[in-house]
Design a protein around this ligand. Structure first.
Ligand code: NAI
Length: 402
């Protein structure tokens, strides 16, 4: 755990690179959209989330927050409490205690919810707690809202994950960057000149392939959707099936969301010494049961890599047993500050929209309103232009006196 001053310094560093949230916090302070409103929150409690929750607080909200199971950073929870957020729970609590913490957020009778996986909304429905509406961070929450909870949700729920802004900036660029960073951090190897197979050319796969190629890896792509496979081909990647290409690569990274995309046939064809990793949400993309079935010996090599010696003498190295590689190992950074700035700016403005206009919004799951997407896209471009040089070599800042 960090000492309190370190947590405050980290917050300061993070805030200084979240220009959208900085502006929104300033606007909220003036307009007080959440005065008299309690916001119940379920979100990974780390420093970037702290910036969001403190902005809601500045907008007048009473914020009651629980983290995700096992991931709350206790120093950040303490920092939030010092700054008036009712942050509950800790990273070391048991699953039962964590569920009780989440339940206590709903029992605090929030007016709106900032939800994650629809956990709060499901509890609110079960406990008969009525809310004006909610925002939902994840795809899995969206799935629940449109299936098991569809007939039970009678309030607007804005799903942040469906925004095209998030797909471009977070799934493509932030995941691409963090998977590249994680490959280097976890293996301490050079990606340059290594041959790499990226499985899936959706938003995450595009980013992973792009960052790996830009850093000198020889990348090929396996994609089942013909149109995305064509896109990969015209983006300059060799395209084929996993089974066709796996024998020629040193590294395989999966990013599909599907099960067993590296299956038995592919495993039989892998070259000796191949490294397997996954960036998809579930740890089921590499068929580890099939690898285990032909493994003679499994040896941990450092924190996150395990070497399998197979019956036929080949070795296979697997990162983090196929869990998300960019959240594995010591000091995973998660997605870049700027991408979370954008994602949380969508959260903040969507919550404001729920509070101000819940009566005029459709009921149930819905995308981020188009005007919010466009406003934030415009602000993001402005922020990028103000921090990078322009083509003529000058800073993209307004004229300044030297
Ligand atoms: P997406 O839907 O844009 O792309 C997935 C792609 O995989 C699709 O093009 C699909 O056709 C392809 N695919 C599915 N099965 C395949 C197979 N057997 N072989 C080859 N291609 C196959 O989804 P997105 O946004 O790229 O997300 C992919 C996964 O990454 C999801 O599980 C998502 O939850 C996860 N994710 C991980 C993050 C991280 O930080 N590691 C962040 C965001 C998403």
């Amino acid at each position: 755990m960090m000492v309190a001053s370190e947590a405050a310094q980290l917050l300061q560093w993070t805030e200084s690179h979240m220009p959208l949230m900085r502006d929104i916090a300033r606007e909220f302070e003036e307009t007080q959209p959440f005065r008299g409103i309690r916001i119940g929150v379920s979100l990974h409690l780390e420093v970037k989330t702290a910036v969001l929750l403190l902005a809601l607080r500045r907008g007048g909200a009473d914020v009651v927050a629980a983290g995700n199971y096992g991931t709350s950073q206790d120093d950040i929870v303490a920092l939030l409490r010092e700054n008036g957020v009712d942050a509950r729970g800790s990273g070391s609590e048991s699953r039962e205690k964590h569920l009780a913490t989440v339940r206590s957020v709903v029992e605090s009778m929030p007016d709106v919810l900032l939800d994650n996986g629809a956990d709060l909304l499901k509890l609110a429905i079960d406990l008969g707690v009525s809310v004006l509406g909610a925002t939902e961070e994840t795809t899995s929450g969206h799935m629940r809202l449109t299936t098991e909870l569809a007939s039970l949700v009678h309030v607007p729920v804005i799903v942040i994950n469906d925004s095209p802004l998030k797909a471009i900036v977070e799934n493509k660029h932030a995941v691409g960057q963090s998977v590249y960073e994680s490959f280097c951090r976890l293996t301490n190897l050079m990606p340059q000149s290594r041959s790499m197979l990226v499985v899936g050319y959706g938003w995450c796969g595009r980013g992973i392939a792009y960052y790996a190629k830009a850093n000198g890896a020889h990348v090929c792509v396996a994609e089942v959707d013909e149109i995305k496979a064509m896109e990969a081909a015209v983006d300059g990647f060799r395209v084929g099936s996993v089974e066709e290409m796996i024998s020629g690569v040193d590294v395989v990274i999966t990013a599909t969301g599907s099960q067993n995309v590296v299956g038995e046939t592919a495993i039989a064809r892998m070259r000796d010494g191949v490294l397997l990793a996954n960036a998809g949400h579930f740890d089921w993309e590499i068929d580890l049961a099939a690898i285990d079935a032909v493994t003679l010996e499994r040896t941990p090599l450092g924190h996150t890599i395990e070497r399998h010696v197979l019956e036929d003498g080949r070795t296979v190295d697997v990162i983090a047993r196929g869990r998300m590689m960019n959240l594995a190992g010591p000091q995973p950074k998660g997605n870049s500050i700027e991408s979370m700035d954008l994602g949380f700016a969508m959260q903040a403005l969507s919550l404001e929209r729920i509070v101000r206009a819940h009566d005029n919004l459709p009921l149930g799951a819905q995308p981020v309103p188009d005007d919010i997407n466009r406003e934030l896209a415009r602000r993001f471009v402005e922020a990028v232009h103000s921090s990078v040089g322009t083509d003529d070599g000058s800073r993209g800042l307004p004229d300044r006196q030297e």
